[in-house]
Design a protein around this ligand. Structure first.
Ligand SMILES: NC(=O)c1ccc[n+]([C@@H]2O[C@H](COP(=O)([O-])OP(=O)(O)OC[C@H]3O[C@@H](n4cnc5c(N)ncnc54)[C@H](OP(=O)(O)O)[C@@H]3O)[C@@H](O)[C@H]2O)c1
Length: 371
């Protein structure tokens, strides 16, 4: 009979299905089980749509009476566009709720207390580390009030993003480029510098089979107003913002537009600007086995410290081989390593780690074999 941990992992896998559609809301999955048997499950797909608990309770119908609900985030206690989930769980007769993480959002929090007041047993913290990792964009946003920024670049073995003549297509192989599209699909906005738009005329759209998410906002940093005319980024395939201010103003403006995650796709000046400003939360490098030499264009432009001791050093989080390329995930500061709770069918996001760090704190508080 599957225990709490297995059922919560199923809820985490369900939550992952909302990855490209749910923003600005958090990913949430829910499993309703009786005697270890799943009788209903669901996930939150879109802001304004039914919450994961409601979908799972509908599927369970009257089998929810006396059951346990496994939820990846504390059920909400507020009347938003949908009624409180805590109330729905009580009304359905659920007698125990296992939640992976507390909801720090002051607007929605309080579900655990409401459930306990109604006589429902609540256990918090099962698979907490995985659930926090899965929703790191959501938690980051609540803590900082700005979008989570991923800087991504394709580089040669010698750290060049384009050849001497400016050509950069294609450095990496087909599989790695698909990865790049998955990163785009998971972001609310894609940011590039004006020079990249003028040099490469990128579409900056998500081109993946079966993709039906909201196309990310295309943002071009263009203080000198050089971008115009028949460029792909100005077509109607997705909305586009031409930004003329600094990066902090940009992130504030994006946050106000409900952008919770942004993917910076170059070029070298813009990558350097985000790193220097300390505004990169994650760096993803797609490294191709090709050499472009000293005349190739470097990953970052500008003046950097002349001594090794002063050079900014990132922290390696993950290394993966994709086709003939290597994908490095780095962070400017320590990141928790948690087992990826992804549905095997869901696209990789580049933000989740595939392996559990044995040194990570044992946050799981799942009762084995209990339903
Ligand atoms: N391999 C890859 O992954 C990859 C990805 C993208 C691009 N590329 C290559 O990169 C090259 C272009 O890179 P690049 O460095 O020349 O140009 P870039 O970074 O694409 O664009 C630079 C321009 O962005 C604007 N900008 C606005 N705010 C900025 C800020 N805070 N900091 C820096 N720039 C800001 C500036 O124009 P204003 O002064 O007008 O605002 C600046 O001239 C091309 O060869 C392209 O093929 C490679």
């Amino acid at each position: 009979m599957p225990g709490d941990e297995a059922l919560m992992r199923r809820a985490l896998a369900l939550a992952e299905r909302g990855r490209t559609t749910v923003s600005p809301n958090p990913l949430v999955g829910c499993v309703v089980a009786r005697n270890g048997q799943i009788v209903g499950e669901g996930f939150h797909a879109r802001a304004g749509g039914p919450h994961a608990e409601v979908v799972a309770l509908r599927a369970a119908s009257d089998r929810a009476a006396g059951a346990t609900a496994y939820v990846t985030l504390e059920p909400c206690a507020h009347h938003g566009r949908t009624p409180p989930c805590a109330q729905a769980l009580v009304a359905a007769g659920v007698t125990r709720v296992v939640a992976a993480t507390m909801d720090p959002d002051p607007v929605a929090a309080g579900g655990a207390d409401a459930l306990r007041s109604a006589g429902v047993r609540v256990d918090l913290g099962c698979c907490e580390e995985e659930a926090r990792q899965q929703n790191e964009i959501f938690f980051h946003g609540l803590a900082t009030g700005r979008p989570f920024v991923v800087v991504k670049a394709a580089v040669s073995l010698d750290g060049r993003i384009a050849a001497a003549d400016g050509t950069s297509r294609w450095l990496t192989g087909e599989q790695t480029r698909q990865r790049a599209h998955h990163l785009r699909a998971a972001a609310d906005a894609v940011i590039v510098g004006s020079q990249t738009v003028l040099d490469d005329d990128p579409a900056l759209t998500v081109r993946l089979p079966g993709y039906d998410g909201t196309p990310p906002l295309r943002v071009v940093l263009d203080r000198r107003r050089r971008v115009g005319g028949a460029l792909q980024v100005l077509d109607d395939a997705a909305p586009t913002l031409l930004h003329r201010g600094d990066l902090t103003e940009l992130l504030t403006a994006l946050w106000d537009r409900k952008v919770r995650s942004a993917l910076v796709e170059g070029g070298a000046s813009v990558v350097a600007a985000f790193l220097r400003a300390g505004l990169a939360d994650r760096v993803v490098l797609h490294i191709a086995p090709v050499l472009l030499g000293a005349r190739g264009r470097p990953l970052v432009t500008g003046d950097w410290p002349a001594t090794l001791g002063e050079a900014p050093r990132l922290r390696l989080h993950d290394v993966e081989q994709v086709g003939d390329d290597a994908v490095l995930t780095l962070a400017p500061s320590p990141m928790p390593r948690a087992a990826r709770a992804a549905d095997p069918a869901a696209p990789a996001t580049g933000g989740a780690a595939p392996a559990r760090d044995p040194a990570a704190p044992a946050a799981d508080r799942c009762a084995p074999g209990v339903d």
